[in-house]
Design a protein around this ligand. Structure first.
Ligand SMILES: CC(C)(COP(=O)(O)OP(=O)(O)OC[C@H]1O[C@@H](n2cnc3c(N)ncnc32)[C@H](O)[C@@H]1OP(=O)(O)O)[C@@H](O)C(=O)NCCC(=O)NCCSC(=O)CC(=O)O
Length: 518
């Protein structure tokens, strides 16, 4: 006969949990749905493999007694935390519940997140944060600020140890933006999410500028203009799908390998690859067409697709193994390197290096973008990040020079001189200090000017320079590139060189950390 008291206690527990599961109540949940958003719990359900979510700290309560909060209860203090599995891989998740006091962050809400961060580090598993919050819980004042500080600190400690992925699925303003900014990838949901330091009203008061919240810090702005966000989702469901996809390319931590995926062993690169890169340097092409043919079909996953489109970055698989790709995009700004492209590529290289993902670089760039705005914007400082990121990398690095590789940009784009393990070039490659026209105009300026027929002399000298340097063979003759290859050989060459370079051990001088030019 079961003990009556025991039955009662179990009933009490069940009721307690049931009452918490209603979150901020029916009305607020309806409002959440009406604005096109899922609730914190629905998002988790969408994200994880069915039935795998294990919640912790559901019974946590706030301790604030100011402004009548002692009379208010906030279930699980407005944030759901716990562990789940994504395609069988363990992850730690927190999901802010906007239906509970606007998902605002107070002391205990923050402590739940901090605990989860500590546990994710302890277990070496990725941390996924779903943000939907009005920011610091105003009634809790300095306790809320303590909370943010503690979260930033842990985000920083975890950086490079476990992957950290953020989904912005609602407001994220003021101090709240800096935790996502420290994480590795930020996914924003179109129309329903905004990130800003100060909102439209404050901006209007301080600077007089008129702007609405979507144009100030919406998903499209941060994906295309500021580069704060890496991926754009059309709704919450797609944001969760993107997290699942992203995780399939990256390891659980900086010690574990990425599990290889199945791939089609019969795949053969089609002949058409030989026709993508034209020998005419003025003819552009889409470097993504080449990437799609070289790697496992359908495996290319572009990151930062809408930002600094003159460089392409993303993950792909080569014979099932995850690799990071950096490629100049000749279709946009002729593939030149500017401030944003340098930041974008450097950040991606450093992610790959932190998590032992090999880096494959495709080069076709006329150089760094000329212009006063670039110079005054600090292209020297930003461009240096790219050189720095490649030079400090210890992962296998393979480079393929497709066409133009001029001057500083040749060096910067994973040249052998910065530590690339294997560098290949297509017969269309031009490895020189600068383009032939510019070069001949400078070194033969006096001769051209004083000659009887300057135009003819100029043409002759340009041709001479072109013949000498607008090819890959001068560099090959010095051993600066390992081989000149046909485009159709790319996949085979990459896979052979990667299989050699996987065992790479690159000694690095003992230091606390370097000082990347930020
Ligand atoms: C986020 C919002 C745009 C959402 O507007 P909505 O109309 O959708 O929702 P709403 O205003 O009805 O809010 C839902 C419920 O959450 C509460 N709420 C919202 N934000 C809150 C906050 N930061 N602290 C405490 N409670 C908050 C509301 O009072 C309301 O409670 P109820 O349901 O009981 O009526 C707005 O709430 C807002 O502007 N909040 C303040 C944002 C802000 O300034 N944060 C910065 C804090 S300072 C900070 O973070 C530090 C820093 O900047 O460095």
């Amino acid at each position: 006969m079961p003990d009556e008291e025991l039955i009662q206690k179990i009933e009490e527990l069940k009721k307690k949990k049931e009452s918490l599961l209603v979150g901020g109540g029916k009305e607020r949940i309806e409002k959440q749905h009406k604005t096109g958003k899922l609730t914190a719990r629905e998002r988790i359900e969408d994200l994880v493999d069915e039935g795998t979510f294990e919640e912790i700290d559901m019974l946590v309560k706030h301790r604030c007694t100011y402004f009548g909060l002692d009379k208010k209860e906030f279930p699980y203090d407005g944030v759901v935390t716990g562990f789940g599995e994504i395609k069988g891989k363990k992850v730690a998740i927190f999901s802010q519940d906007f239906t509970i006091q606007g998902g605002s962050l107070g002391e205990m809400h923050a402590k739940k997140i901090m605990k989860l961060q500590d546990l994710a580090m302890r277990y070496g598993i990725p941390l996924i944060g779903i943000n939907d919050s009005g920011g610091a819980r105003i009634q809790e004042a300095v306790d809320a600020l303590y909370g943010y500080g503690g979260i930033f600190y842990r985000n920083t400690q975890a950086s490079g140890v476990i992957p950290q992925i953020t989904v912005i699925a609602g407001p994220c303003a003021g101090g709240a933006v800096y935790s996502p900014a420290i994480t590795d990838f930020v996914i924003m949901v179109d129309q329903t999410s905004q990130m800003f330091i100060t909102g439209p009203q404050v901006i209007k008061t301080v600077t007089g500028e008129n702007i609405d919240k979507e144009n100030l810090g919406g998903a499209k702005i941060h994906n295309s203009k500021s580069g704060v966000a890496h991926l754009l989702a059309k709704d919450d469901g797609q944001a969760m799908e993107l997290v699942r996809k992203l995780l399939s390319y990256i390891p659980s931590n900086n010690m574990d390998p990425v599990e290889p995926a199945d791939y089609d062993k019969s795949y053969k690169v089609p002949e058409e690859i030989n026709e993508i890169v034209s020998p005419n340097p003025k003819k552009s092409y889409d470097v993504k067409d080449l990437i799609n043919l070289v790697f496992d079909p359908g495996s290319f996953f572009e990151i930062h697709a809408h930002f600094a489109k003159n460089i392409v970055v993303g993950f792909a698989r080569l014979e099932g193994k995850s690799v990071g790709i950096i490629a100049n995009q000749p279709k946009i700004l002729a593939g030149s390197l500017d401030i944003d492209a340098s930041d974008k590529a450097a950040r991606f290289i450093r992610f790959c290096d932190s998590f032992n993902i090999p880096v494959i670089t495709f080069v076709d760039t006329p150089g760094y973008l000329p212009g006063v705005s670039q110079e005054h914007g600090g292209i020297i400082r930003h461009g240096a990040k790219l050189l720095y990121a490649y030079s400090e990398s210890t992962v296998p690095m393979i480079t393929v020079i497709l066409r133009k590789a001029y001057g500083g940009a040749y060096i910067a784009m994973a040249s052998q001189h910065l530590g690339a393990d294997f560098v290949f070039a297509y017969p269309t490659a031009e490895i020189a200090v600068m383009g032939s026209e510019g070069a001949a105009n400078i070194i033969f300026a006096k001769e051209i000017e004083s000659s009887e027929n300057p135009e003819e002399t100029r043409k002759k000298r340009v041709e001479e320079y072109k013949e000498r340097f607008a090819n890959p063979y001068e560099a090959a003759s010095r051993g600066y590139i390992e081989d000149v290859i046909e485009p159709i050989e790319t996949r085979k060459k990459l896979s052979a060189s990667l299989s050699i370079a996987y065992s790479k051990v690159k000694p690095t001088p003992s230091k606390k950390h370097g000082n990347i030019p930020l």
